[in-house]
Design a protein around this ligand. Structure first.
Ligand code: BMA
Length: 841
């Protein structure tokens, strides 16, 4: 039986060592001045709720919250317990998440200390509970104060030193997209678990083999009994379409294993390849027909492997799902809010839906945040997205020479693997983010060349993964593989040639050279990328105006104002400017700054993704840096903190579609057309390819038929610019229009946006209301309409598309759906415009 200790928690802070702990832990503390605090939650959001701090997301307020990190924080709660305990009863007090340096008390007595945000703290309180009122207290020491007492001589780190000694979300200490807000508090549920005789410790279920019309699942069970000489059995059930399996096994020393064979299994697929079908899975622990404990979950039948070599021995990095080679399309995931404990489940549902709607099939949980909440993985399981799971180590060395630290890390890895391994969506375990790669870059500056932390990713993790989850690939870091861990030759890579201007190729140990010019950071340089799997690439854009207005004072809302620059946390903040300089030109107004930064990001992502997808299967993954934001800001995210998509989101949604038609500049004169088919059936179509000017005058038109085999990328045609008579490269465009309307048209410009000579255009808008929550917006253009966008009241409104071009004389439909019943279609205030729209309309 589980009792949640949810309500009536109290919170107060003290100066370090100012009041005796025994007094504060005791029952006789006057709590009248203490604040009510939600559990799960955190200190910052509580103080914000009671207006004890100003909104840290507004203006420079985050800096004013620094005092919070220096205090000692106490949580207290009393609860009633009235129950005669039997001899074979066991009661556990379990904190699923304590952030971070915590001492737990029950009725004034210390139960224990816990120093890891990522692992639960469980205490046997069978002998300690009182009949009637009990008092539980948690003291949180200041993370800064605890870690200041540590040594840093051997360490290198990005952004902040203290974090390397704190097993907590590393982005707390500031990152290049987020502020320093060092959270503290009870961030997950607290429960009192009552067991009798025995409990299920852990269940491990995985698909071991899929044959023609059968699949084998292996189930391992671990139970703990509190009574000698007891016979335990487990009943394992799997239920789903055409499947009703029940197996009973006798446990020996609390352990048992059983193979389930499913006939005609319904496999779990990512949503782009099929249905993410889930079975109901259930284990009951019994003794003499008495049910002692149960475990319930959903489980998908699937195999997932990473193919690192093809049949000819060429290096590859391909996720193979149920025997099918896939192209991974996705984005990196960072915590969706600085105050992670306070994020609601529905926010996770919205984010996973946002990624799925963007045609993504993979999310990478980046190693500087947290092992996410269950709801995140449940949604990925349900909506059909694979997860690349990093362990939470990033961009620094870690004290692997410290025995206590290593013990803590060992427990963390074991917990994480055992806790998350039943999620179908998790496809790979990855040791950390960028550590081996960065170490290689720093070598020339280091006196002690050892990589502290290496033991974690190269000894400890492989050992524990082999024991606790041999079903998935363990990959030591992202990026990894090759002489320099970020090489093109093998493994995965992070492309920071673009945006950071890094000069490649380089060898391990060589310092990084950066080309900090418009050319150096340009997205055109994605064509130099011969990586096998690109697990990070991207560039900044501003969010929509509403988001900027919510976080920046009005008088500071202009290009290069103090506040705009302050919010830009990038290490070299001029890169966004260089990117625009190269592609759109520099903006003169806030509106133009939003448009230009968004367009540069969106075109850049399109350019990169098309390049990676054309290279399929030599390149088999494109994972954008980054999907989301922890606060309102300008960053690499394609949807901002408030779930408002940027232009980059819609561009990505289009180029991540299963079938993509894409132009490639082969040389000055030659342009080729490619068709990429990620579906599992042949793609047959008739394509109209043409050259027109921005008024719509035809220069050249051709129709071709194509047949592209399943799961293939093919070049279908080459054009000579000279032959098709490109005369005014700044006034003409090449296009491809498929007969199959589910496939998108594509457009090739001969010049960057800043050099195009776009004539003014006029948009004609029509609306067809389908029902009270849905309508079609029809947008027609006379001349070429560039960067057509819908802005305005769009919260809780879903658009099928936004930020697109319309060819001269053509019409484009956008489906608008209201997600909140309270919003009336006719009350929506939406502005539709093109960047080259005729003025005075
Ligand atoms: C990589 C990531 C993050 C970072 C991003 C942008 O280094 O792993 O650490 O935020 O690039 O610089």
């Amino acid at each position: 039986m589980k009792i949640l200790l949810k309500d009536n928690w109290k919170l107060q802070c003290f100066e370090e060592d100012s009041v005796c702990d025994t007094i504060l832990a005791s029952a006789d503390v006057d709590l009248s001045e203490w604040l009510d605090v939600e559990v799960p939650g955190d200190v910052h959001s509580t103080l914000l709720k009671y207006k004890k701090i100003e909104d840290p997301f507004y203006s420079t307020n985050a800096e004013k919250c620094r005092w919070i990190e220096d205090k000692t924080w106490w949580y207290k709660k009393s609860f009633n317990f009235e129950r005669e305990l039997q001899e074979s009863d066991k009661v556990e007090l379990k904190f699923n998440g304590l952030d971070t340096f915590a001492t737990v008390y029950l009725n004034g007595e210390v139960l224990g200390r816990h120093e890891n945000m990522f692992t639960p703290a469980t205490f046997d309180v069978t002998e300690k509970l009182l009949q009637g009122t009990n008092h539980v207290a948690v003291k949180f020491d200041s993370t800064i104060s605890v870690t200041n007492r540590k040594s840093y001589d051997k360490m290198w780190y990005s952004y902040n030193p203290n974090r390397v000694w704190a097993r907590k979300a590393q982005m707390n200490f500031r990152w290049d997209w987020g502020p320093r807000l060092i959270t503290v508090g009870i961030w997950k549920e607290v429960e009192l678990n009552l067991h009798n005789t025995a409990k299920i410790d852990n269940v491990y279920v995985r698909t071991v083999e899929i044959r023609d019309n059968e699949a084998d699942l292996m189930v391992s069970i671990e139970a703990e009994s509190f009574k000698d000489n007891i016979e335990l059995t487990a009943v394992v059930k799997l239920n789903g379409e055409g499947c009703n399996i029940s197996e009973t096994i006798a446990l020996k020393n609390g352990r048992g294993e059983v193979k389930l064979t499913v006939t005609n299994p319904k496999l779990w697929w990512t949503h782009d390849l099929g249905t993410p079908y889930l079975y109901n899975f259930n284990v009951d622990l019994l003794t003499e027909d008495k049910n002692l404990d149960s475990y319930n979950s959903k489980v998908g039948i699937r195999t997932v492997k990473v193919r690192q070599e093809d049949a000819l021995g060429n290096k590859r990095f391909i996720f193979v799902l149920n025997g099918v080679e896939t192209f991974s399309k996705g984005a990196n995931w960072v915590p969706a809010h600085n105050f992670i404990g306070a994020i609601k489940d529905e926010t996770y549902v919205k984010w996973v839906t946002n990624a799925k709607d963007c045609n993504m099939n993979m999310l990478r949980v980046w190693g500087g945040g947290v092992y996410e909440k269950d709801i995140f993985y449940q949604e990925c399981d349900k909506q059909g997205l694979l997860v690349w799971q990093d362990f939470m180590f990033t961009c620094s060395s870690y004290p692997d020479f410290d025995a206590d630290f290593m013990k803590n890390v060992r427990e963390e890895i074991i917990h994480v693997v055992k806790y998350y391994r039943n999620y179908t969506c998790i496809a790979i375990w990855c040791g950390n983010n960028e550590i081996q790669w960065l170490h290689g870059q720093k070598l020339s500056d280091l006196k002690d060349l050892r990589l502290y932390g290496e033991k974690i990713y190269h000894d400890l993790m492989p050992e524990l993964l082999a024991a606790y989850d041999p079903s998935r690939l363990f990959w030591p870091s992202s990026p990894f593989g090759g002489n320099d861990p970020n090489s093109d030759e093998e493994g995965d890579k992070h492309n920071w040639q673009v945006w950071a201007g890094q000069v490649y190729p380089r060898k391990y140990g060589e310092a990084v050279i950066q080309n900090n010019t418009a050319y150096g950071v340009s997205f055109k340089r994605y064509t130099e990328d011969l990586g096998k799997f690109v697990s990070e690439f991207g560039m900044h854009a501003l969010p929509v105006k509403e988001t900027l207005e919510a976080c920046i004072p009005k008088e500071e809302l202009y290009f290069e104002s103090f506040e705009m620059k302050f919010r830009n946390k990038d290490k070299r903040p001029n890169r966004g400017k260089l990117l625009m300089e190269g592609y759109t030109g520099l903006p003169v107004s806030l509106e133009e700054y939003i448009d230009f930064s968004m367009m540069a990001q969106a075109e850049g992502l399109k350019f990169g993704i098309e390049h990676y997808r054309r290279r399929k299967p030599e390149c088999s993954g494109a994972i954008i840096w980054q999907l989301n934001d922890c606060w309102p800001t300008m960053s690499w995210s394609i949807t901002d903190h408030y779930l408002r998509p940027k232009a980059g989101y819609y561009y990505t949604k289009r180029v991540y579609k299963p079938i993509l038609l894409s132009f490639k500049q082969e040389s000055n004169d030659i342009i080729s057309l490619w068709a990429i088919n990620d579906t599992l059936s042949e793609y047959k179509d008739t394509l109209e390819i043409g050259l027109k000017d921005f008024f719509g005058n035809k220069e050249y038109i051709e129709t071709i038929s194509i047949r592209i085999p399943a799961n293939t990328s093919r070049k279908v045609k080459e054009f000579s610019k000279n032959r098709i008579n490109v005369t005014y490269s700044n006034f003409e465009f090449l296009y491809v229009k498929p007969e199959n309307r589910t496939v998108d048209s594509n457009i090739f410009f001969f010049e960057d946006y800043k050099d195009l000579n776009l004539p003014p255009c006029k948009l004609t808008i029509g609306k067809v209301v389908l029902n009270e929550s849905k309508m079609i917006i029809k947008i027609k253009a006379d001349n070429f309409a560039k960067f057509v966008k819908l802005t305005g009241s769009l919260d809780n409104v879903k658009l099928s598309d936004n930020y697109f071009d319309i060819m001269p004389g053509e019409e484009r439909n956008v489906i608008l759906e209201v997600l909140d019943k309270k919003i009336k279609l006719e009350e929506l205030n939406i502005v539709i415009s093109a960047i080259n729209q005729r003025q005075a309309e």
